[in-house]
Structures are given as structure tokens and as C-alpha cells.
Ligand binder design. Sequence first.
Ligand SMILES: [Ca+2]
Length: 565
Amino acid sequence: MKKKHVLSLVCMFLLVASGGEVNAKKPITAIGCADLIAAFRYTNTTITSATLKLEGEESVAGIGSMPEHCVVSGKMNERVGPIDGRNYAIGFEMRLPTSWNGKFLYQANGGIDGSVVKAFGNNLGGGPTSNGLIKGFAIISSDAGHTADGGQFGIDPQARLDYGYNAVAQLTPMAKSLIKTFYGKKPSKSYLYGCSNGGRHAMVAASRYADQYDGILAGNPGFNLPKAAISQIWGAQQYSTISTPATNLNSSFTPAEFSLVGDKILAKCDALDGLVDDMVTNPLACQTVFNLDTDVPTCPGARDGTCLTAAQKEVLADIMTGGSNSDGPLYINFLWDVGIKGSNWAFWDFFASMILDPGAVAFIFTTPPDYPPQDPATFNGPAYTLNLGGTGFDPGVDAPKIFDTFGPYTESSMSFMTPPDLTMSGLFKHKSKLLVFHGVSDAVFSSADTIKWYEDFLDTWRGRAQNTARLFLVPQMNHCSGGPSCDQFDMLDALVKWVEQGRVPNSIVAKARGAGANVVNAEVPATWAPDRTRLLCPYPKLAKYIGGPIEDAASFRCVPKVALK
Ligand SMILES: [Ca+2]
């Protein structure tokens, strides 16, 4: 207590001496960085290294040099898997800035985790210009309990749970304790954020661990990830029927053909939002207006990029349903949106469905894991996805296995991967805030799924809903970034202001990354100003043009969507 008292007196002196500004460079840590290895004690936790990085010693592309900080590496819960005999642990990294803002940030990562992404806390969206470390957060990042192995860790029951939710449960109190050891005090506020699978982690944390976090930011959340993964595989099987050879999905639709569809959607729906500006700001209205059959020419002869064959139309219409088997839908529909022309759309449908999804579905999401016949040593992703030889994914037989339990696999993947309470009642109990964004043209996690969740949330909580969770759709943006969109924004700042200053995010400005941007997005249309800005609005509000330069977000207001009809 005495020491703290002296410290606060020193702070007061600095405040006066510098004319009102505390010297931000003044170290405020309780112990030195390397001292953490010996000083930090926590159950089942080992610190393997702690190294001070001086200002400028590390940098992030597109953002710049990092401030002075301590990098801590460690692992929790080391063990040997009882079924596969492999070594497991929850590997983590923390980056602790010398000039700390007093807050904790959990950086949830994407994919199927498996590597400790550097804990810089890079802002979400496209080409971030800042990050958590620059903002002064103490940040943790982890591998969520396994190393990168294409999904084989799913053979281990505990590794499944760690990936689904338990790594966040284990790491959060440990990280807060380490912060206390390093800085001499606990964080004043705690935040968790991520996109894609990281957005899923965020939605799961909002449901399970709202007591641990004051603010949560979920981008393009795959909160029904097992469903989305089997939908992707089902989709690959459809594309395969018009591919030559059947394993070359890229031959089913050329970039020109996807661009054609995007352009036809734009032509039909651009004006629905009240302004012809090469942007569909009202995607929901577009769904009933755009008609694939009549709005896109059918090829009279050979494909030349200006038309689609009848077979292509049939397949694309099926893809947009999200897929089904004899029991019904596998997932949910996808929205017709201009961003279908973004290269990221084809990446997910043609590449990820053949390389990333199969291992995840066979080993992690199927219960019991499909092992055997799938042998991790010789596993062939495309063969599994396309069910070549009949030992791969059969939608009728295998899709239901995401709901199954078996022996030591006591939870289905739909249980361990998804938020158990989609009403997010814990947020209300603990007065935490949830900010969600979703690129409308996401080829893997359908924006329609997030919209449906949020509409249910609005129905459940009515007048209280918007004070606790808000959804911002990002027109024409693909999965987490990209597409012909304004995809650069700082939602972490918006969340912090909401939590700490009560400044409700009534709109958020997003910027295009055309020529001259810190990280250029080549898909920004040439007809736009390279630095076009737009208002993102809390759903169900939409950005309406009110007059002024059309490249400027200041010329728009968020209005109830009824006003645009
Ligand atoms: Ca428009």
C-alpha cells in the first residue's frame, strides 16, 4: 500500500511538472521483463521465455514500429493425449507494453488455430493502421491447445474442447494473474476480439465468459462453424459436377464469370439504397430483386465470360442455398452480393473447401472422428471432400455426425464449437458489450446466419438489445476483409468508447484501400475515389445519402431501413 501511495505521488508530480501530461514513456512495471520467468507462479503453467523488445525493434507491415514491450512465451496444461499418444499443451504468447493503458486484450485467432500468432492485437478489417500494442493493451494470443496439424488433434477429446472453448477459459484468468505480477495491478478492463474462427471464439466467450470481459468484438463470426464447414464441402461437391477435371474446381467458374454475376447484382440493386454509387448498401432488399435466371445471360454456345451455362446457374443457385441432405438444410443460405466477384469468394469455395475443411470435418467435427478409415498420415483433403472412392464425405451419412457424441467424445462439435446461449444473457448480467461485424459477401460464414442470430437477439431483448450488442454489416466485403468494399475501420476503438465512455456506436466510418493506402486492396473499383469512406450502421439501420460529395461518409446518415424502401 505504501509503495502504491508513493507511486501515485510521483504520478501527481509528473502530472504537474509536465503541464498536465503524464510522461507516457515512464516505465510502470512492477518487475523487469526477464524477472517474470522466476516471479510468475500459476497452476499448470510454465513461462519458457520473457524478453524485452525495445521501441522499434519489432514492426508490423502496414502499421509500423512497435513500442517497447515484454514478450512472454509459455504453455499451460502440458499432457499426453490418451488416444493418440501425442504431446499437448495450450501454447501462448503475451505482449506487455511498458507504457500500459491498464487494460487486457485477448487476441482470438483464425482458422483451426494451432499456432501462436504474434500478440500484436492487430485491428480487424482490411489493412489495419493500428493495433492493440500501440494502443497500450497487454495482449495474449494462443494456439488454443494444439499445434498445426490439419485437424488431426481432433482425435484427442480434450484438444477438441480446448479449441472449442476451454483454452479461453484456461488462459483468461492466467493472463490476468500474469498482468498483476508484471504491472503490480490487475487490468481495469478486459476485452476479447477476433475474426472468422476468432469471431467464433468471441461469440462463444460472450456466451460462456461474459463475467471475464467488459467488451467483446466478433468479426465475421463462424459461430456455427461445423455447419459452415460441411456446407463448404457440400458446395465443393456441387462445383465438382461442372469442373474439368472434377477435382479442378477453379474450372467451374472463372473470375470473369463471378465478376459477371457481381456486376449484374450491382446493376439490379445499386439504386435500391437511393444512390447509384457502385455499392449495394441494402443487401436484404437485393435478395428479392436479383434473379440469377433472368438477370444473367445464358450462354448460347461456348463460355466466354459474358454468360453462364444453364448448368452453372443451377450449381450456383444450389450453392447459395447453403446445401441440404434428405434431413433438410445443412446450414443457411448465402446472400447475393456484389462481393461474389472478390477473389476471396473463390478462395473459400474452391481452395479452402478442398484443403482446409476436409481435415477439420473428418477429425474435429465428426464424432467419433473419421479415423479410421481416414489415416492422418496419408489423409487426402480433396479426395475426402469429393468422396472419391466412396470413403470421404457423404452428406447423408456424415453431416449428422456434427451433432453426435461417442465414448470419450462427450460433446458434439455443435456443442463445443458454438455459443451455448445465443441470447447472450450473461452480457446483460455483467453489463458487458458485444460488437459484431460481418462482410455481406462472406463465402464461408454466411452473413445471413449472423443477421438471423441478431434478429432473434432483438426479438428476445427488444428495447435492451441495442444497448448490449450491435451488428454492423459491411457491404460487399468478403471474409473479414477484401472485396470491392470499404473494409478499413477501427472497431476496437468503437468498442472501448462504448464500454468506457458510454459512447454508443451509432455509426462507424469505413474507408476503401485504393491507391495510396497503407495496404492496397486491388479490388477497390476504379470508379471510386481510392480513399472513399462510408458509414457502417447498426443493423437494421442503413446508410442513406443526404447530399454532398458521394465519396465521403459525411454525406450519409444511418436511418431505419424502412426509409430506404
Ligand atoms: Ca448504391
